[in-house]
Ligand binder design. Structure first.
Ligand code: SF4
Ligand code: SF4
Length: 79
């Protein structure tokens, strides 16, 4: 399962099932736009999710700090 904010020129996609709940991206996000879900993914981790995905500025801090290569994707429309 994924979620995204595709109405903007930059947006991220969170691949819930790849998240291992380390919390690094939550700490790294400059707008406090991420949190750990109350729900578990299929591996038993409280995966990360958006607080307010509309506020994402596409800075990619979450992507660069995440140790899981497929958990977060940063998209730039037109590139
Ligand atoms: S791209 Fe930047 S603003 Fe958007 S969720 Fe990741 S760290 Fe937060
Ligand atoms: S940094 Fe990656 S593995 Fe850690 S909580 Fe965020 S998405 Fe999950």
């Amino acid at each position: 399962m994924t979620t995204e904010n595709s109405d903007k020129k930059t947006f991220i996609t969170i691949n819930f099932e790849e998240c291992k709940a380390c919390g690094r991206c939550v700490e790294a996000c400059p707008i406090n736009g991420l949190k750990m879900s109350d729900q578990l993914n299929e591996h038993g981790y409280h995966y990360v999710e958006f607080v307010t995905k509309e506020d994402c500025i596409g800075c990619a801090s979450c992507y660069y700090t995440c140790p899981e290569p497929f958990a977060i994707e940063v998209h730039v429309v037109g590139k």
